[in-house]
Design a protein around this ligand. Structure first.
Ligand code: ZN
Ligand code: MN
Length: 476
């Protein structure tokens, strides 16, 4: 059996106001407080296009490698639903703002590119809440705050073959939208939602009948819904039942899909050009300037870190998960020229501390200069690597410089050979038995003597130097 998967993703554009009116996009406020005649679809109200939403959509489309069209058109998609007061949605139909494009993914099957069909701008509908009320036998409430929120819908080619691939695609897309500041990508707040098309066929050369699963709001749900649907369709086909083209709903609790409705054809929506909005015409200079502002993309930076800096795939992925982390890392290695060490320190010690504090890097006092300073002190043997772990919390919590922190904690490592020699002489005088053992060829005893020296120096001696000094004295 061959599984074919295509995705349609709605990404909410991070603007201050809605797509066609001045209402606020703030999430979580009292229902029906961010509404006006335009987004409520009152007679005679006219939409005005939000230029910032268009800029964000273009930026994302460019980053996805899409062809951005200088002329595109808004259309009306007509349907009745309680959360859609206008009884139509303003969207783009046969002339979308962008076509083609791709997103790279890496899974167990290796690195691949998932092709995109198109990306178009549209407005969101409101939100229905089904409230169970015993006396009323249940009722439905509608919140219109979400009506008219600016969205970009991204449609992929049916290029994925498993739930894992779909998961990886979404993870990488979300990393990109956050990286660009185009969207919060927050699925829990509905800022990113996903519809899935799944078809299973016994013949790899033939595409099976497409089933759509609507409104999945977590990556895990997407993967679970696909895994279930794959199995259900294979079972149907195996038992001689044909698959019906339909829209299904994923039940989070049961982990199963159930029929919602049979699939509409696009002509059921009676699309026609939106008469209240002119053609969307983009200025080529403006497009050029948006292209010029495009930052290095997360997956580009990730492969550069591996290729040019020699980072492990794990470290490169971790450091490019968020743009602020990647920038922090780049500023650190500009001051401390050992990318591998800086990356591994950030991936272990710094990550552990952030995890303990429940904070992101930017929420702490740690600066690239402080981290670079700390790593330099370890490198110069001013402090030991172990001591650096005591210094780091101070840098993270208080923002003191590494030098101040080391001084406050009294952690300077003793790398002064004459100071170490004094300790070494004391150790030799106090441990006659072990000294004899060493002299009769029991080399391993040196470790014990170094330990004694470290204890005397309260852990501040440079252990490597301590070993060397002891060895020289014992052999003389
Ligand atoms: Zn409004
Ligand atoms: Mn849509």
């Amino acid at each position: 059996m061959t599984t074919t998967i295509g995705l349609e993703i709605h990404v909410q554009l991070a603007t201050r106001t809605k797509m066609f009116c001045g209402c606020s996009t703030t999430f979580g406020d009292e229902p029906n407080t961010h509404v006006c005649p335009v987004c409520l679809g009152l007679p005679g109200a006219l939409p005005t296009l939000n230029a910032e939403a268009v800029h964000l959509a273009i930026t994302l489309a460019m980053a996805l490698g899409c062809e951005v069209h200088e002329v595109s058109e808004f259309s009306r998609k007509n349907y009745f639903y309680p959360d859609l007061p206008k009884s139509y949605q303003i969207t783009q139909f046969d002339r979308p703002i962008a076509t083609v494009g791709s997103v790279p993914i890496v899974t167990e099957r290796g690195a691949r590119s998932i092709r995109l069909t198109r990306a178009h701008i549209e407005e969101d509908a409101g939100k229905s809440m089904h409230v169970a009320d015993i006396t009323l036998g249940g009722e439905t409430l509608v919140d219109f705050n979400r009506c008219g929120m600016p969205l970009i819908e991204i449609v992929t080619e049916p290029d994925m073959q498993s739930g894992d691939e779909a998961y990886e695609f979404l993870r990488n897309l979300r990393r990109l939208v956050r990286w660009l500041g185009v969207s919060s990508g927050d699925m829990e707040k509905g800022a990113m939602r996903c519809d899935v098309n799944v078809s299973v066929s016994p013949d790899p050369a033939l595409r099976g009948t497409k089933v759509e699963i609507k409104n999945l709001n977590s990556f895990r749900s997407v993967k679970r819904a696909i895994d279930y649907e794959e199995q259900r369709q294979a079972q149907c086909l195996g038992g001689g039942t044909s698959i019906v083209s339909e829209t299904r709903h994923f039940d989070e609790v049961q982990g199963t899909t159930t029929v919602m409705r049979s699939k509409e054809a696009s002509n059921d929506y009676r699309y026609f050009p939106e008469p209240d909005l002119p053609l969307l015409q983009l200025d080529s200079t403006e497009l050029e300037s948006l292209r010029a502002q495009m930052p290095e993309l997360p997956w580009e930076m990730q492969s550069r870190f591996e290729r040019d800096l020699g980072l492990s795939p794990y470290d490169a992925a971790l450091l490019t998960e968020e743009r602020s982390t990647a920038e922090f890392f780049q500023q650190t290695i500009a001051l401390y020229n050992n990318p591998k060490k800086a990356a591994s320190y950030m991936g272990t010690e710094v990550a552990r501390l952030l995890n303990e504090r429940g904070k992101t890097l930017s929420e702490t006092q740690l600066t690239p200069a402080a981290l670079a300073g700390l790593l330099t002190m370890v490198e110069n043997n001013t402090i030991s690597n172990t001591a650096s772990k005591d210094v780091l919390p101070l840098l993270v919590d208080t923002g003191v410089t590494p030098a101040e922190a080391v001084k406050n904690l009294g952690l300077e490592q003793v790398s002064d050979a004459s100071a170490i020699k004094d300790y070494a002489c004391e150790v030799i005088a106090e441990n006659a038995t072990q000294v004899e053992q060493f002299k009769s060829g029991k080399e391993a005893v040196l470790g014990f003597l170094v330990g004694q020296l470290m204890k005397k120096s309260k852990g501040k001696a440079n252990p490597k130097l301590a070993g060397e000094v002891l060895r020289t004295l014992l052999k003389s």
